[in-house]
Design a protein. Structure first.
Lengths: 71, 437
């Protein structure tokens, strides 16, 4: 169904397997896309937090230079 | 692996990746497991391939540090998530050297965030004792899906060391979600029969019998037969396996195992199957036909059931669609199972036999008739055999009359005498005439 997998493709970043989209109704595709977005956001936040935590352990004098590498 | 079980395992793995509850993904139960798997792998790539540039720089930087210093930085500064993400980008020897200086609890944190495909070399080089410590930590946390994802990348020595620290129910769950299940049989063979028996009993206690069936399916024939024999000694376990095969439609997994059971076990399974409700029994026959498991099913029904049980199976066979009877007939002819089939047919009414006669004998009639007549003589089951022939429609009887006429004279005389004795000679029509010569 054209357009049915769009929300999921947007969440993942690439078109999802056609067989998966065909086997789900639109509501289920949207629900799955919601879970993917939540996982990606959670991972981005966790990575950002990990980066911040890592920086806190770097002596302040070097922090700017290290931050430049990390960001 | 059964499609239903594979789907269940894939949902568990996808839920773990999404940080969701498996219940939130229940709508994926109707999706082919291969599609869920393809999606999970795609999502893993999406989650792990972002930020590759930054992670690569971090990995390159860690190369310059001695293992003990890198370990301090990893634990105090980077944290488990960043470590997991750079593990696959770091030089494997350096990563292992660093890991040796890290506590198991931290390595467990890293493990759950790891994509094992990207860190396969690192995982394969971790010393067995450390693997075992991390496995014990992950077991305490209930992280069986995470372990299932990377256990396939751990060498035998590490697997053996880890399995000694993992409890039976967790071991079962790990096996269920294991990636690369082609290695599962070998890994379980490292456990030894006594531990495997203990795992199976835990499955019965914890009601993880679908997972137990999945594990059994992946064992080599010898180990499967050995554990099947022990299952007979534990009646509740065998009963439970039959129950779960019925409730979750896993007959395609159970029946090949049943073939390896000792006679007492076959008796038990056959008796339990014969007590299933009609719809479930119909489901068994459909699975048997789809998976071509007649070589297990026919002898089971013929030789391990009491007469009322055989009657129930016969009744079910008489009611199933043409395709299933055709599949049964093909298998009976191919595998020379006419004697066993006649023992089942002996419990059928004349009406039931007549209803399936055309479908059972129709295709390939010229080959099937001599084989069936030979089986009738071997078993002495003249009544059902002759009723089947009598039940054929007129055209088919006409077609096989020359085949009947070509049988040896003594052979024909015996058939005619028996048909006459049973009052079936007239009903045989042209076949009877051809036999009488």
């Amino acid at each position: 169904v054209p357009g049915k997998g769009d929300a999921l493709a947007k969440a993942v970043g690439t078109p999802p397997p056609q067989g998966l989209v065909e086997a789900l109704d639109e509501e289920q595709v949207v629900a799955l896309a919601g879970l993917v977005t939540r996982a990606r956001d959670s991972q981005s936040n966790a990575l950002e937090r990990a980066g911040d935590d890592a920086l806190r352990h770097v002596p302040w004098i070097l922090r700017k230079a290290v931050e430049k590498i990390l960001r | 692996m059964s499609e239903a079980l594979e789907n269940r395992a894939e949902i568990l793995k996808l839920a773990r990746l999404l940080g969701a509850d498996a219940g939130e993904l229940s709508f994926l139960q109707a999706v082919p497991a291969s599609e869920v798997r393809a999606f999970r792998e795609q999502l893993t790539d999406a989650l792990f391939d972002g930020d590759r540039g930054l992670l690569g720089r971090l990995a390159a930087g860690s190369k310059l540090l001695p293992g003990n210093i890198a370990a301090v930085i990893a634990q105090k500064a980077l944290g488990p998530l960043l470590c997991a993400r750079i593990a696959g980008l770091t030089d494997a020897a350096k990563a292992v050297d660093t890991a040796k200086h890290l506590p198991p609890a931290f390595l467990a944190d890293v493990s759950v965030e790891l994509d094992p495909r990207r860190a396969a070399e690192v995982i394969s080089r971790i010393p067995p004792a450390l693997v075992a410590d991390v496995a014990a930590e992950l077991t305490n946390r209930g992280e069986t899906v995470a372990m299932g994802r990377f256990v396939g990348f751990v060498p035998d020595a590490g697997v053996q060391a880890a399995m000694a620290r993992i409890d039976d129910p967790s071991l079962l769950r790990i096996a269920f979600t294991m990636e690369g299940k082609e290695r599962l049989g070998h890994m379980i063979s490292l456990l030894g029969l006594d531990r495997l028996e203990s795992v199976m009993l835990a499955a019965e206690r914890e009601q993880q019998l679908a997972e137990a069936l999945d594990l059994l399916e992946h064992l080599g024939t010898e180990l499967k037969a050995a554990i099947a024999a022990r299952a007979v000694e534990h009646g509740a376990l065998l009963d439970g396996l039959v129950d779960v095969a019925a409730s979750d439609d896993l007959w395609d997994v159970l029946l090949p195992i049943v073939a390896l059971l000792p006679p007492a076990g076959k008796d038990t399974v056959a008796a339990l199957a014969a007590r299933l409700p009609a719809a479930a029994l119909d489901g068994v026959l459909r699975t048997v036909a789809t998976e071509d498991l007649w070589t297990v099913f026919v002898p089971l029904a013929a030789d391990h059931l009491d007469p009322p049980g055989r009657e129930r199976i016969a009744e079910a066979i008489a009611e199933v669609p043409d395709a299933i009877v055709n599949s049964l007939a093909d298998a009976v002819q191919r595998e020379r199972m006419w004697p066993a089939l006649l023992r089942i047919a002996a419990t059928m009414s004349t009406d039931q036999l007549s209803r399936i006669a055309d479908r059972l004998l129709g295709a390939g009639l010229e080959d099937r008739l001599p084989d069936m007549i030979a089986a009738i003589e071997e078993t002495g089951l003249w009544q059902p055999g002759l009723v089947l022939i009598a039940g054929l429609d007129g055209g088919l009887k006409q077609r096989i009359a020359p085949v009947a006429a070509a049988l040896g004279a003594a052979h024909r005389a015996r058939v005619v005498a028996k048909a006459r004795e049973l009052g079936l000679l007239d009903a045989l029509g042209p076949v009877g005439a051809a036999l009488a010569g």
